[in-house]
Structures are given as C-alpha cells and as structure tokens.
Design a protein around this ligand. Structure first.
Ligand code: ISE
Length: 345
C-alpha cells in the first residue's frame, strides 16, 4: 500500500494510453489503478501499460461508484464528458478532463454552474500549452509589460495530417481551441469576436477540408489575433506564436534541438506530432495536478470556466466559418469561484 493517488483513466484511446504511460513512468505520487473503456480489449491493453493490478471497467459510472479511486482522468471523446463530469461532481471526485470540457457551450455552462454551486474547483481542463516553457516565457512579457502594451498575436498551428474523419468544424473545436485558450492565457482577457477566412485549399488532403484557414480574433482591449490552422501540412508538427508589443516582438515555438551538418546538408528534426512537441508540458501539467491533490491544495490549472469560455469561442468560430462573417462571443456572468483561481494566467 502506498499513499499515492489512485487514478481511474476513463477512455483508453490515443490520449488515454499516452497519459497512462506518463502517470505510470514519469509522474510521482499517482498510480493508474483503473482503466475504463467500452471496448474491453482496448481497456485491457491500456491497463497493461500501468501494471498487472489495474482493474478494467466498461462502465464509467460503476467505476466511480466503486469508491476505489481518488481522482479521474477523462480522455473519452468530448460528447461523453458531460455525464461523467456530473457524476464525479456529485461524488466530489477531482477530474482532469482533456479538452473539450463537454460537447457544446450549453452543457459546458451547466458544468460550470454545478461546480460553482459546490463552491470548490474539482475540474481541471487539459490545456497543456499553458505548461509549455515557451508559452510561459511569452506570457511574462504580457504580465510585466517590459515591451509595452500587446498589440497583435500571429499564430501558426500546423499538423502533419488530420485525425480520421476530421471536418472543417473540428479544425476549430479540436485544433484552434488551443489558440483560443492561448489568447486568453497570454492576455488575461476574453475574446470578443471571431471571423474566419477560407482560401485556396491544399490538394494534399482527402479533399474534404477547406485547409488551411485563417481564424481572426479580437480581445477585450483590442489585441488582434490571426491563426493559420493547416492540418495537412505534411512536413511535421509546428506551433509557432509571434507577439507584437509596442516596443518589440517576441517569438516562441521556433525549431530547436541539435543542429546537424551531414551529407552536404544542415538542419534538425521537426516534431512529428503534438505528443512529442508538448511532452514536457504534459508532464509538468500532470505533476502539478497530482501534487496539488496530494497536498489537498486548491486546483490552479485551467478551470471549468476556461473550458466553457473555449467552448463558446469554438461555437462562435464555427458559426463564423459557416457564414464567413464576424461573430461576437458572449460568455455571460463569471461565477466568483473562478475570479482568482488560475495561477497559470
Ligand atoms: C489534437 O487533438 C490536439 O489537441 C493537438 O494539440 C492539436 O495540435 C491537433 O490539431 C488536435 O487534433
């Protein structure tokens, strides 16, 4: 017996398996003692990543009701999050919820209201970029104002290829959602309006997407943001951000690593995917979450409110994508629980 947190991972797909390996091999103070997936074979293979004594379940509610877990990592598709989150809130069980918080803004708001009613932050949303060293370095220029006021953000988000069955809407819900959270994280402001431009599409994909697209956003103080989302970029994975301040510019996400000269060429390696690009960020994010739970300290990572705000931005973004016009973002009242809770901002 140890005093480690006993964690149930719900959803044993790509992200679930990655987090099981992370929690098992790199994070101190936590054991994955349960794995839940409707696909029994997948649950068994994922549980094997954690060790011999991990229980498998096909029903998340049965796992939560068992009383065998101290915390939950939720990595099912977003449309399955709402019921599990409500159940966990009822049981006062902390949940690390991969984005999205829920499938839409209305249900995300219900989660926010339910957690606010309890009056304790139990949910942390997996916006891992807030734990990336470059993101944190850039954020400091926003908080210390050493280069004056921020004016613009230019973001590039390139994936080698999209996941199966990707759609134009998912380019926003699944991919640009990270820039939406990033803008809120850097500026400490809400996004007020969004528009989308589609242009010439690559012939590199399967022809179903309008890829790449430009997402244009504005924040409360008028910081202008442009995002290139390109999910069939082929060459590898890249997330690059340039911030323009009154007295200078700051770039993060440039290529780094060994600079190799060989066979008459020079260069280095491009990360193949987000798991590799953000490994350190994911590790820091999880270790921080586990440490706070073990210390019974209030959670300070991205909150249910951040998940809700991102959901409202995504809905506005998809509306803008469809109508090709500017759509405003209306969040409504922010419960007091979220007023000062986020140390990552
Ligand atoms: C994926 O789900 C992620 O969250 C990655 O960070 C993002 O780069 C990718 O576009 C998404 O599909």
């Amino acid at each position: 017996m140890t005093d480690n947190l006993r964690i149930a991972v719900i959803g044993a797909g790509r992200m679930g398996a990655d987090h099981i390996k992370r929690l098992t091999h790199r994070i101190a103070g936590a054991d994955v003692t349960g794995v839940v997936d409707v696909d029994g074979g997948r649950a068994t293979s994922a549980a094997a990543l954690a060790g011999e004594h991990t229980t498998t379940w096909d029903d998340p509610h049965a796992a939560l009701a068992s009383g065998e877990y101290d915390a939950v990592v939720l990595t099912t598709p977003g449309m399955l999050h709402y019921d599990v989150l409500m159940d966990a809130l009822d049981r006062r069980l902390p949940v690390f919820c991969e984005k999205p918080l829920t499938a839409d803004a209305a249900t995300a708001r219900e989660i926010v209201d339910a957690e606010a009613k309890i009056g304790e932050r139990l949910i942390q949303v997996g916006f891992m970029r807030r734990y990336d060293a470059g993101y944190q370095r850039l954020r400091r220029f926003f908080t210390d104002e050493s280069l004056g006021a921020p004016l613009m953000l230019h973001c590039r988000h390139r994936n080698p290829e999209p996941p199966p069955r990707f759609t134009d809407a998912l380019m926003i819900y699944d991919s640009v959602v990270h820039e939406m959270d990033g803008v809120r994280y850097f500026t400490g402001e809400e996004i007020t309006d969004i528009s989308v431009r589609k242009g010439r599409a690559t012939t590199g994909g399967d022809g179903r997407l309008s890829d790449p697209q430009q997402i244009l956003m504005r924040t409360e103080s008028g910081v202008l943001v442009d995002v290139e989302i390109f999910v069939n970029a082929m060459f590898g994975y890249q997330v690059h951000t340039e911030a323009v301040f009154e007295q200078g510019t700051v770039d993060i996400g440039n290529d780094e690593g060994a600079y190799v000269r060989s066979a008459g060429r020079w260069g280095g390696e491009v990360a193949p995917g987000f798991e590799q690009r953000f490994t350190a960020a994911f590790d820091t994010e999880f270790q921080g979450w586990v440490n706070r739970l073990l210390a019974s300290a209030a959670l300070d990572g991205p909150s249910a409110w951040d998940g809700y705000a991102a959901a409202v931005c995504c809905e506005a973004g998809v509306k803008a994508q469809t109508k090709e016009s500017t759509v405003s973002v209306e969040l409504g009242d922010k419960p007091a629980l979220y007023a000062h809770s986020d140390a990552t901002r």
